[in-house]
Design a protein around this ligand. Structure first.
Ligand SMILES: NC(=O)C1=CN([C@@H]2O[C@H](COP(=O)(O)OP(=O)(O)OC[C@H]3O[C@@H](n4cnc5c(N)ncnc54)[C@H](OP(=O)(O)O)[C@@H]3O)[C@@H](O)[C@H]2O)C=CC1
Ligand SMILES: CC(C)CCC[C@@H](C)[C@H]1CC[C@H]2C3=C(CC[C@]12C)[C@@]1(C)CCC(=O)C[C@@H]1CC3
Length: 291
């Protein structure tokens, strides 16, 4: 909570007229999600925006052989843009008996949205739910038969693809009640997540190479400020004008200019419906376990 308090103070300094409140929430813990949602419901009657940004990529392993193979293949740009085929992770089980990546990147957020539906779905005003997804969200990593990705080595990719699917399902279910859901991709950003893949001094050393790569793939946004472009852009849009089937990408040009671009997602609407059903079943199961 110390860092949250520091962020609150910084916001109050730059925007003295604003009100900023902080609340502790571990999306990886069912009890914590339910408790925090209860607190939000006590504090507020309505929510205009819900940004679902929290996410983890634990124990990432970079496949150096696949990286060099990709470097000399025709897929090199796509490899730099998405990291497909060169990254795996090692997941673990939480005290709730769920896979950590699945619950942190997807299920905890799902449960939070479910709990906050009464504040998000209000007849007189629209609301926006905004997921931080990834270009690493690949259909090939996801399986409806293995939602939590127990049997694979790409739980991060699977959880991000699932968030894309879930956003589509949320729109189908709640647009009529005024709630709209969108997904964004921040591009490759230097944060604790990427410092888990390669050490920060290494990223700093290769920064000139990354600026060069940015000329060929505008997905190398590199700073959190640039990566947040699509989050900010969505904030400015009328939710009714957004396309539920696209992902909004933060991009930075070779000259350092930021912009947002929509890209059609590789989504099957029946699959999104089936995922929603499975999440509801799991929700019933975890709620029963808590009672
Ligand atoms: N960096 C990149 O290149 C990319 C990142 N993303 C996505 O962007 C989002 C932000 O990640 P990024 O800033 O890069 O990574 P960081 O590791 O720097 O930040 C992760 C954020 O998620 C929060 N978080 C992690 N676990 C939990 C939890 N159990 N409960 C509550 N909050 C939690 C962290 O909070 P705290 O600090 O308090 O632990 C932190 O604010 C993630 O969803 C990530 O998947 C997508 C594409 C590319
Ligand atoms: C010379 C260097 C630029 C070499 C870096 C190689 C890789 C470590 C990176 C190339 C593409 C990157 C990437 C990600 C992580 C680091 C790379 C694999 C992400 C998977 C990080 C998390 C995401 O959500 C998407 C990113 C896509 C690109």
């Amino acid at each position: 909570m110390q860092r949250a308090e520091a962020a609150r103070q910084a916001l109050l300094t730059s925007h003295p007229e604003s009100e900023v409140a902080v609340l502790k929430l571990d999306v990886g813990s069912i009890r914590s999600v339910l408790h925090a949602a209860q607190e939000v419901k006590l504090r507020y009657n309505r929510l205009d925006y819900l940004y679902l940004n929290a996410g983890i990529m634990p124990n990432p392993q970079l496949d150096i052989k696949a990286f060099f193979k990709g470097l000399f293949s025709s897929n090199v740009i796509s490899m730099f843009a998405t990291g497909e085929g060169i990254l795996t992770q090692k997941d673990k089980t939480t005290s709730d008996g769920l896979q950590e990546v699945f619950v942190t990147n997807l299920f905890g957020h799902y449960l939070l949205v479910r709990e906050l539906e009464p504040l998000l779905c209000q007849p007189e005003k629209t609301s926006q739910v905004i997921w931080t997804s990834s270009s690493n969200a690949h259909r090939s990593a996801f399986s409806l038969e293995d939602l939590q990705h127990l049997r694979g080595t790409e739980p991060y990719s699977s959880s991000k693809y699932a968030s894309d699917l879930l956003s589509v399902a949320l729109n189908r279910k709640h647009n009529q009640q005024g709630m709209y859901s969108s997904v964004i991709c921040p591009g490759l950003v230097m944060t604790n997540l990427t410092y888990g893949i390669l050490p920060s001094f290494f990223w700093t050393l290769i920064m000139p190479i990354m600026w060069l790569i940015r000329v060929f793939t505008n997905t190398f946004t590199l700073t959190p400020y640039n990566g947040a472009e699509a989050l900010f852009w969505l904030f400015m849009q009328k939710p009714e004008s957004l396309d539920a089937l696209v992902k909004y990408h933060s991009l930075t040009s070779g000259l350092g200019n930021n912009y947002t671009q929509p890209h059609k997602m590789d989504i099957d609407e029946d699959m999104s419906e089936a995922l929603y059903k499975k999440l509801q079943d799991l929700e019933d199961e975890v709620r029963q376990r808590l009672n």
